[in-house]
Ligand binder design. Structure first.
Ligand code: ZN
Length: 253
């Protein structure tokens, strides 16, 4: 752990978080994520650079647009906070290494997917599909934690399993259980994490999903976003997977 590296990761992480907020707001609305520059979603007035500084800008403007007084959504400061925190946890676990950058990409896509799926019940193809080739390419690099064969087989296994589940649910109930976005996302997660990670993510996301359905008393006839749980499980696997598996085994052996 190097102090200068930590400072750089905090600054870059919050800047990335700021960009992820733009993606979370604009991708579902099919707007460009590059142009125009940041503006208030309500009154379209451009946001001055000094109010665009992650978290600090939110605090200075007291969570409101200076022009029209409309409230700034809570996901803005939250994403600007959790992004550098997750990046730091990853750095503490892996240092600056190839796997660090590999999972940095997975976490980045994951954060954006988490909020878009939670808010809009969709996972855009532009977020789920790139994970498959990126995961495969990283498995080819030296120091990769999984082999190319593992990456490829896990992507196919994840895709087929979710496709079959979705297809049989459709036959039985006449409605979509898992959406197309979930099927593409699990293939991407498989490509990044390999077969052990794939099994972990499917089990853990199902457990967290079921607990959430019970707690919020979700009506199962309505659509339920599964993407956020897959994202949480993937992050848990990368950061604490080995420890969680060890703990689980020690409960029974
Ligand atoms: Zn405004």
């Amino acid at each position: 752990m190097h102090p200068i590296e930590i400072i750089i990761i905090i600054i870059l992480g919050s800047a990335f978080g700021s960009f992820f907020n733009v993606c979370i707001y604009r991708l579902p609305a099919k707007k460009s994520i590059v142009f125009p520059a940041s503006h208030c979603p309500e009154c379209s007035v451009p946001i001055p650079i000094w109010l665009n500084i992650p978290i600090i800008g939110y605090l200075i403007s007291k969570g409101k647009c200076k022009q029209c007084d409309s409230k700034i959504h809570w996901h803005y400061p939250l994403v600007e906070f959790i992004t550098p925190v997750l990046f730091l946890l990853l750095y503490a676990r892996l240092g600056i290494s190839i796997p660090f950058f590999q999972y940095l990409i997975l976490f980045s896509f994951g954060i954006v997917i988490f909020f878009i799926d939670a808010f809009h019940q969709i996972i855009p193809d532009s977020l789920s599909l790139p994970l498959i080739p990126i995961g495969l390419i990283f498995s080819l690099l030296p120091m990769s934690s999984i082999s190319f064969r593992n990456s490829l087989l896990s992507a196919i296994a994840g895709f087929l399993l979710f496709f079959l589940l979705s297809w049989s649910y459709m036959k039985l109930k006449g409605q979509m259980g898992l959406g197309g976005g979930d099927i593409k996302l699990i293939a991407g997660i498989g490509a990044f994490l390999g077969i052990a990670g794939l099994i972990f993510v499917i089990l853990v996301s199902s457990i967290i999903g079921i607990i959430t359905i019970i707690i919020i008393r979700h009506d199962l006839k309505k659509h339920f976003s599964f993407g956020p749980f897959m994202v949480i499980a993937s992050i848990l696997y990368v950061l604490y997977g080995i420890r969680i598996i060890d703990l689980y085994i020690s409960l029974f052996i």
